[in-house]
Design a protein around this ligand. Structure first.
Ligand SMILES: [Zn+2]
Length: 254
């Protein structure tokens, strides 16, 4: 095929198929449709992709610089809302909330924050599929209930007070935490039940972390609690596999 016949064949082909490179005909002054636009009807039938389009971008990814979390400077009515670090609410003995705070979108029988309730339902169903039963022993608690629990414990179990949160220092008031068990075995032996083991292995995948790991009381302010799980979302929770990391360490608060 000569160059000329090739050009003719190409022109015929373009006439048949139309030019699909530009789906909307560009209007030309005067109202006539642009039928022959040299820049569109290029003889190059198979456009060669530019090298930059195929090669992966060599742009170096900067390592994030670890930054110290903002200081908890809340006071007055600001204490009606939890201290936030990287979008994660932190409620502890060091970062308390007033009686005014409650879950924004409470859901279900345990009055949990809606996203937490949904994640818990998903996790419970997954455990059930594995033949493991998860029961909620405690979900949301308001300030007054927490205060009553703490005052009672102070009177009756002063030696075990590290299991109990003073009012305003309990994650249960956020509706983001749950105490889980199998409905039979409670307290520390719960860790050795099928439910305790299943949660220990799988909770991260559903966005929950073991909030008070063994041996981390000095950091968390609470005794090891194998039943207390806190929802922080899957992306963050997946970094807690192994259950030795505390939220305080993760957020740079330890
Ligand atoms: Zn708890």
């Amino acid at each position: 095929m000569t160059l000329r016949s090739c050009a003719l064949a190409l022109a015929a082909l373009l006439a048949l198929t139309g030019c699909t490179a530009s789906p909307v005909p560009s209007p030309v002054p005067g109202g006539f449709p642009a039928t022959t636009t040299p820049s569109v009807h290029t003889p190059s039938a198979t456009p060669t992709p530019s090298p930059t389009a195929t090669k992966p971008s060599p742009t170096p990814t900067k390592k994030p610089t670890p930054t110290a979390p903002p200081k908890d400077t809340r006071k007055g009515s600001q204490l009606n809302t939890p201290y936030l670090v990287k979008g994660i609410p932190v409620v502890s003995k060091k970062h308390r909330i007033t009686a005014a705070y409650a879950p924004k979108k409470p859901s279900g029988a345990f009055h949990l924050e809606a996203t937490t309730a949904a994640a818990l339902a998903k996790m419970t169903a997954a455990a059930r599929a594995d033949g493991v039963r998860i029961r909620v022993r405690s979900g949301y608690r308001n300030w007054a209930t927490q205060n009553a629990i703490y005052q009672k414990a102070k009177r009756n179990y002063p030696q075990s007070l590290s299991f109990y949160a003073p009012a305003g220092a309990s994650e249960h008031q956020t509706g983001l935490s749950v105490d889980l068990w199998d409905g039979v075995t409670w307290s520390l032996p719960m860790a050795r039940t099928a439910t305790g083991k299943w949660l220990f292995t799988h909770a991260h995948s559903y966005g929950f972390v073991l909030r008070y790991p063994n041996g981390k009381s000095k950091i968390t302010g609470y005794h090891y609690e194998p039943w207390h799980y806190r929802y922080i979302g899957r992306a963050d929770a997946m970094k807690f596999t192994g259950n030795s990391l505390t939220l305080e360490e993760y957020l740079g608060l330890a």
